[in-house]
Write a protein that binds this ligand. Structure first.
Ligand code: ATP
Length: 526
């Protein structure tokens, strides 16, 4: 066999015997590693490390088929980049999709001399050097069917030894089969899939809640577990998390998975109601209790009788109102404003805040006794930047929701998803949803590509048309307007001075600032 020289600085062998010797040594180390399996995932990663360091096969990736969805899901990836490793668990390939999906579908190796010459190659993780070759082999079960794919990239351009590398990778695939089978059948088949799917079925499925909460990362699975456990009891729950992390969604998941699901889920955002109206909103009022009380009104507590009352932004209520709420939580009874009759209700309370209530208690801003009443069980939602691996699935879910709302088909390209995964989402899932909605508006075709994804929220603002100075003033008292339109109309009328607009709407500056933020209104600077 003619000697050959490798051009790479990373791995070089001057002859075929040298290559074979290195591969042999790598196989010995892999075999040793497989005999000492402690954690299957760690072992798979270790094997990809051996391929990278000892056999000149970089960017190794092992994808495993998911029996329920006939999809491939990343089981392990070798990369120096933390964000790639994190994002990898959210990547899926359909059988037949791209090159990896075709290896699974046809149960045959595929070798590319140069990735860039194969248009069907999907580099979903932006992992590869597109000018170098690629080798992918099926991982086969005992009956010969493909249960996964092992792929890696030689760190030198294609040469005479590509068949040797392919044979070597096939041998590694065969050695891995038993381990990956274990992973599929034991860890994922029995634990992950059944446990997670059971939780998801419970959280999503039961009372029409299916397909509303997305999240497969460990920290979200913990949240689903907590929801499942707490839902069946009447305990008060405090949902904590940054704005836009899904606190309201989780509160409704608790309600719709509880024995109270057939009764009402009533919400009140404590920050959006002026303090003077909060009492009558919650407890109701009798006719004539105040000037505008022209008839009796049942408050949210009464409306939620038998069901769940969700008190959002509970950290925003004043000390005076905290005292009133404490009494109701202790005694489960109250009087309507202007009334004398004591009303008893059977209401489960779920409260939420993005504040650190413990700190607020320490600072004397939030009553300690009320805090303990609310914090019987707390559920903390992780910010999106701590679960970037959820972004591909979340984005697909959200774009499906947007497409349904717009009555059209919409699809995100892999490039668009890569772009979404590269950002840290300070506004969490709400910001992701708004970003996708903007992208959908900016796209006439079905396919949303990376170039219309605007990550700072500046381009293509959905409120832009309303902000044009030429627009005639809109009457913010018009009953046809929804809350967002009313806010924008008042801001327009007030020359975008928030304090002025707040006065027009009978809100405090803090309340209007909060609504502007949650409704993602781009504040116009005049
Ligand atoms: N895990 C998730 N799966 C699907 N959609 C989600 C998820 N988390 C949040 N969303 C969506 O993101 C948006 C914001 O969520 P939500 O209103 O529940 O957040 P929040 O934490 O209550 O926000 P805020 O504190 O500002 O009130 C909603 O449209 C919600 O449906």
């Amino acid at each position: 066999m003619a000697p050959s020289t490798f051009a790479s600085a990373g791995f070089s062998a001057s002859s075929r015997p040298e290559l074979i010797e290195r591969q042999f040594n790598a196989l010995c180390r892999i075999s040793h590693s497989l005999c000492q399996v402690t954690s299957i995932e760690d072992t798979l990663r270790e094997i990809l490390g051996i391929l990278h360091n000892d056999a000149g096969l970089q960017h190794g990736i092992i994808t495993l088929s998911d029996p329920e969805h006939s999809k491939l899901q990343v089981g392990a990836v070798y990369s120096d980049s933390e964000s790639v490793r994190k994002a990898s668990s959210g990547i899926r390939y359909q059988s037949g999709e791209g090159i990896v999906g075709r290896i699974l579908q046809h149960n045959q190796p595929i070798v590319l001399g140069r990735i860039s010459s194969e248009p069907r190659f999907l580099d979903k993780l932006a992992l590869y050097d597109l000018e170098l070759p690629f080798i992918g082999v099926p991982i086969r079960d005992t009956d010969g069917s493909a249960i996964g794919v092992l792929a890696a990239q030689p760190d030198v351009p294609a040469d005479d030894y590509m068949p040797d590398r392919t044979t070597f990778l096939k041998a590694v695939g065969d050695m891995l089969a038993q381990t990956t089978r274990l992973l599929v059948n034991v860890e994922r088949g029995q634990n992950l899939a059944s446990e997670r799917d059971e939780l998801r079925r419970e959280v999503r499925g039961k009372y029409g809640f299916e397909n509303m909460v997305v999240g497969g990362t460990d920290n979200m699975r913990r949240v689903f577990d907590q929801v499942r456990r707490v839902a069946k009891w009447d305990s008060t729950v405090l949902v904590l998390g940054e704005s836009g992390t899904g606190k309201e969604l989780i509160a409704s998941a608790i309600h719709y998975n509880s024995p109270r699901a057939h009764k009402r889920f009533v919400k009140l955002n404590c920050a959006s109601v002026p303090e003077t109206l909060l009492e009558s909103e919650l407890f109701g009022h009798e006719k004539g209790a105040f000037t505008s009380a022209v008839k009796q009104h049942k408050g949210r507590f009464e409306q939620a009788d038998g069901g769940t009352l969700f008190l959002d932004e509970i950290g925003e209520i004043s000390p005076m109102f905290q005292a009133k709420l404490l009494r109701v939580l202790q005694e489960r009874e109250f009087e309507r404003v202007g009334g004398t009759q004591t009303i008893k209700v059977d209401v489960r309370i779920v409260a939420a805040t993005n504040r650190n209530l413990e700190e607020e208690v320490d600072r004397g801003k939030f009553r300690e006794d009320l805090y303990y009443r609310l914090n019987v069980m707390s559920i903390k939602l992780p910010p999106l930047r701590e679960r970037l691996a959820d972004i591909p699935e979340l984005s697909q879910f959200l774009i499906g929701k947007i497409a349904k709302g717009q009555g059209r088909q919409l699809r995100l390209t892999d490039g668009a998803i890569r772009q979404l995964v590269s950002y840290d989402w300070p506004g969490n899932v709400r910001e992701l949803e708004n970003c996708l909605e903007r992208a959908a508006i900016m796209t006439e075709a079905e396919t949303i590509d990376a170039d219309v994804i605007s990550l700072n929220g500046s381009a293509g603002s959905i409120v832009a048309p309303m902000l044009q100075p030429a627009n005639p003033a809109v009457d913010f008292n018009d009953p046809e307007l929804d809350e967002r339109e009313r806010l924008i109309a008042a801001l327009e009328q007030a020359g975008w001075v928030q304090a002025k607009a707040a006065r027009l709407l009978g809100m405090t500056p803090r309340q209007i600032a909060y609504r502007i933020q949650t409704m993602n209104i781009n504040v116009r600077k005049i």
